[in-house]
Design a protein around this ligand. Structure first.
Ligand SMILES: Nc1ncnc2c1ncn2[C@@H]1O[C@H](COP(=O)(O)OP(=O)(O)O)[C@@H](O)[C@H]1O
Ligand SMILES: [Mg+2]
Length: 138
């Protein structure tokens, strides 16, 4: 499915409807260049899943986690990973769990260690405000 997003407001609406499909066990890949909106989308998704606190980009920590009512959501950013095996340092095998939701920016950096996603979103920057999103639900 392809969606045109021409403003942050539209991204927020998309994140809201996407949030209704998110369930424990989901592994959600977010692909796309730097600045294409992966972190912004995750922040909006967490908001719609009921999280009220601050959401920071996990670039330096590799991951942040958020306890929600229904499940715990792990937000990973693998941009700085130098090899997929580094995922074992953060105990990836405990993060990837049927009870958790895992949202992963730069998933290609974890190739070979990460399982396949249940949902994948690919962000395409069209101009400063507008994005094209390709959603693939497996
Ligand atoms: N339609 C849009 N979708 C996503 N981000 C947008 C959009 N319009 C503007 N932006 C801006 O683009 C930037 C995206 O940054 P970020 O979410 O950190 O990207 P990434 O995590 O993919 O590197 C943010 O400053 C955001 O406000
Ligand atoms: Mg980011």
């Amino acid at each position: 499915m392809k969606v045109d997003i021409s403003s942050l407001k539209q991204l927020d609406k998309f994140a809201q409807s996407f949030s209704q499909s998110v369930k424990a066990g989901d592994i959600i890949f977010l692909e796309g260049d730097l600045g294409s909106g992966k972190t912004t989308f995750t922040q909006l998704l967490l908001k719609h899943l009921g999280y009220e606190g601050r959401v920071k980009s996990p670039t330096y920590a590799i991951y942040e986690s958020y306890k929600l009512g229904q499940f715990e959501l792990f937000h990973l950013d693998l941009y700085r990973l130098s090899s997929p095996e580094e995922l074992y340092y953060i105990a990836i095998e405990e993060i990837i769990d049927k009870q958790n939701v895992v949202v992963i920016e730069w998933p290609q950096k974890g190739k070979g260690v990460l399982p396949l996603p249940t949902k994948a979103l690919s962000f395409n920057m069209k101009n400063s405000n507008s994005r094209e999103l390709i959603l693939d639900v497996r």
